[in-house]
Design a protein around this ligand. Structure first.
Ligand code: ADP
Ligand code: ZN
Length: 795
């Protein structure tokens, strides 16, 4: 009888997206679990794979299966629960099982296979022998030893050489050596001669264990001598490559919760203690003390012996949250986000896996943190679009978190000042439990939001990007020695460079978007493909010389401020300036210390910031996000305005917000200015219902990209025509729309075609999609087909 494992392999051939069966050799039976990483033969290669299932034993004679060669680690790298999650993701997001498993692991643990040649028999050839003292790769032998491939093959066949595969993880654990005196000091004082050796001896007598990496080089050499002579014992110690940590918070201990906070906290604790799965939506205005609840709830969970995952939308937000958690929980906290080096990520991940920490604060992928006693997942700013992964597997973090919490019978806590329409709908329906904080913790009033109609400004003869109110307010604020935040949403189509004579606009030749002006108008750049162009001197169409590089970007805005406000010291925060992990901290510190008094930025500055001296927030053009052609654009605008406004008047000083717009009557603008979430929600929900958008349906987006227009169209039509009857067969309320021409018809030289499917929850549509072979259309000039279930946007 033989044991059989079902294995998903890391196969470089993209098309292979299925599992394979392998026999488990007897000597490995006790070391292979579901989730084990195994080394398997595959064709004529050796690959890594993961065990995803065991099959019933079968008679050996029935099958001739290949055997698993080895298991890479024991206990297994993943557990059964995470494998179950991966299977669910694979089904729910139409993604390969291997990609789902891979998304749970840091890149550092990925295996590298290197073929090495070992000398196993002495040869007569002296040179050959001499050079072959250690295992070498084929390349090294051929290049360095000048041995031909034929010769190597001969040696292999004659048993002089042996080929083995060396397997290592991409990144290794960092090991340090520690030494301690092994003989009586008196014994050793005599033989020790050199000055350095005396110095080392002194250190060793004062301290039980000395770590080698702490010693300066000369002493380290002395230490080597001691080791060689056997004066010291040596032991190995794992070293963690700690993420850089800057303490940004003025965290001053546990707060006494106010009444609202206490009520929310008590419900969380009660649900957690009951041991049933429960999802909470904590809706609390900015500064209402949500984070304080996260901290105290985490304390409760950790005291009960369970682990906590805290998710934040992006790296930019992590340092603040990390600061607050680290200052409260110290080294119980690990951090995971894309700003860390691979080695740091690897070490943080291992700390989680080995149970050395109880809490992880991180971005999206930290939802897979391999805690063994996971009790709670907290998702801060749950409405943020960064929680949707935009590459395979295209998962929705909130849903993954819910799956994990169901496995653990734990608590999922979603926090936001402006919950997503979907989440609030679930809270209204009782699927989530609603917790509310309606007051700021320090009882500060929310700042007033003043709407300025920019059409009116133009009528009054003001053509500047600053309305008169904003202009005067900036002046006054700077004169009082206070600070200003100016927000400009660049996501939009406004950044045009046009000829004022004939109206010609400069477009990217590869993408269907306008180019944005950069570096004081010297370059025009495409933000999708980085195509750039030195700014032309005249219009290519009419040869007119009056070109206007009026791309209203943050760079331009910074210039305008410097021009109009002599005492304005401006810094910028956007994707162009936040290129390294530390640039965020630098800008943060500069503004915090008052070295700059105006901060200009994109979405990035909308959240998390808490600067006491900021009393004025200006929203340069709220319409930019409103005009974005997507079903979520009203919601996004409402959320952005509310969040940006929350940056004003966080401390003793009162804040003011000025919102510039061409559409002051829009329900998203009107209601955000009065902080009326409910009114906004009801209006938005009506639209979602009538147009059949989430939360009333789920969406699937199928996108074809092609080098040639006609080929892409043909593929999308074929997909549509063959999917349609299958969908009709389901006799469910499913709509298939398309093929639609997306808002951006071309990206990086590829034409795009989109099908949109609206389907009810619990629909069998996923069965249809998962059994449909999209890959067969990838040929000729069709380069890719993306299937996105629950997409973040439809554009
Ligand atoms: P949010 O996460 O909702 O924006 P925070 O938890 O950051 O709110 O709280 C805003 C500020 O109020 C922080 O400086 C926090 O330390 C403080 N704070 C929160 N809860 C209390 C409390 N119960 N008593 C006093 N200060 C509090
Ligand atoms: Zn482009």
């Amino acid at each position: 009888m033989v044991n059989i494992a079902e294995v998903v392999v890391d196969c470089p051939l993209k098309d292979i997206d299925k599992t394979f069966y392998y026999a488990i050799p007897n000597h490995l039976v006790n070391y292979i679990e579901i989730g084990s990483r195994v080394i398997v033969p595959f064709g004529n290669r050796t690959l890594q794979g993961f065990v995803v299932n065991f099959l019933d034993k079968i008679e050996e004679s029935q099958y001739k299966l290949k055997e698993i060669e080895n298991v890479f680690e024991y206990p297994s790298i993943l557990d059964r629960k995470l494998i179950d999650l991966a299977k669910w993701m694979s089904y729910n997001y139409n993604s390969s099982l291997f990609s789902c498993i891979q998304s749970m692991l840091p890149r550092g643990v990925k295996l590298q296979f290197t073929e090495k040649y070992y000398l196993v028999k002495k040869t007569s050839d002296e040179d050959f022998n001499l050079f072959f003292k250690k295992p070498r790769t084929l390349g090294e032998i051929i290049n360095n030893l000048k041995v031909t491939k034929e010769e190597i093959l001969r040696c292999l066949s004659e048993g002089i050489l042996e080929k083995k595969i060396d397997i290592k993880t991409n990144i290794q654990e960092k090991i340090d050596q520690e030494i301690s005196l092994d003989v009586e000091q008196e014994e050793i004082t005599l033989p020790v001669t050199a000055l350095r050796q005396h110095e080392l001896l002194e250190l060793l007598t004062n301290q039980e264990w000395l770590s080698l990496s702490d010693l300066p080089t000369p002493l380290r050499n002395a230490a080597k001598t001691f080791i060689d002579k056997g004066y010291v014992k040596v032991r190995e110690k794992r070293v963690f490559r700690e993420p850089e940590f800057i303490n940004l918070s003025e965290e001053n201990g546990v707060k006494i919760l106010n009444e609202e906070q206490k009520k929310a906290f008590d419900q969380l604790v009660k649900a957690f203690d009951s041991g049933n799965k429960e999802i909470f939506l904590l809706k609390g205005i900015t500064g209402s003390g949500k984070t304080e609840i996260y901290l105290q709830f985490t304390q409760h969970v950790v005291n009960s012996g369970k682990d906590v995952i805290i998710l934040v939308p992006e790296i930019a937000l992590t340092p603040l949250m990390v600061s607050r958690f680290k200052s409260r929980f110290g080294d119980k906290v690990a951090v995971l986000h894309s700003g860390l080096s691979e080695a740091q990520k690897f070490d943080e991940w291992l700390k989680i896996k080995d149970g050395k920490v109880k809490i992880v604060v991180g971005a999206r992928s930290a939802v897979f943190a391999p805690f063994k006693n996971l009790g709670v997942i907290i998702i801060d700013e749950e409405h943020e679009s960064t929680y949707k992964q935009e590459v395979q597997p295209r998962y929705v973090t909130k849903d993954v978190a819910e799956y994990r919490i169901s496995q653990e019978k734990g608590v999922l806590l979603l926090g936001s000042a402006t919950p997503s329409v979907e989440s609030y709908y679930y809270a209204q329906n009782g699927y989530y439990k609603l917790l509310e904080l309606t007051n700021r913790a320090n009882n500060r009033a929310l700042p007033n939001i003043n709407i300025v109609d920019m059409k009116e400004e133009l009528i009054q003869g003001n053509k500047s990007i600053f309305s008169r109110l904003l202009y005067n307010s900036i002046n006054e604020t700077l004169q009082r020695g206070e600070q200003v935040i100016l927000f400009l949403n660049k996501r939009g189509f406004s950044a045009t460079t046009l000829c004022r004579n004939c109206g010609f606009t400069f477009k990217c030749p590869h993408c269907d978007v306008n180019l944005t002006s950069h570096h004081k108008g010297n370059f025009l750049i495409c933000h999708y493909c980085n195509y750039s162009l030195t700014s032309p001197k005249f219009c290519p169409k009419c040869k007119g010389k009056h070109l206007r590089f009026n791309g209203l970007g943050t760079e331009k805005l910074k210039e305008e401020i410097e021009k109009h406000f002599p005492n304005g010291r401006v810094i910028r925060m956007d994707n162009d300036t936040m290129t390294t992990a530390s640039s965020y901290n630098e800008v943060y510190q500069m503004f915090n210390e008052g070295k700059a008094n105006v901060l200009v930025g994109t979405q990035m500055i909308a959240k998390g910031f808490d600067f006491p001296k900021v009393t004025l927030v200006g929203i340069i053009l709220a319409d930019l996000s409103l005009n974005f052609p997507d079903f979520r654009s009203s919601e996004k605008t409402f959320q952005l305005i509310t969040q940006v406004a929350g940056r004003a008047g966080r401390a003793e000083l009162n804040g003011k917000v000025i919102l510039q717009t061409y559409t002051p009557e829009h329900y998203s603008i009107k209601n955000s200015a009065t902080y009326n979430y409910l009114e906004f929600y009801h209006q938005e929900l009506k639209i979602r219902e009538s147009l059949k958008y989430p939360p009333f349906t789920r969406l699937a987006k199928i996108e074809v990209m092609a080098k040639v227009e006609g080929d892409g169209k043909k593929a999308i039509d074929q997909i549509y025509n063959s999917l349609k009857p299958k969908i009709n067969n389901l006799s469910e309320d499913i709509q298939i729309l398309g093929p639609v021409v997306p808002a951006i018809t071309k990206i990086r030289g590829l034409y795009r075609y989109i099908l949109i499917i609206k389907f009810p929850k619990g629909s069998a549509l996923l069965d249809v999609i998962n059994s449909y072979n999209f890959k067969k259309y990838i040929k000729n000039n069709v380069t890719s087909i993306k299937v996105d279930i629950d997409p973040g946007t439809l554009i």
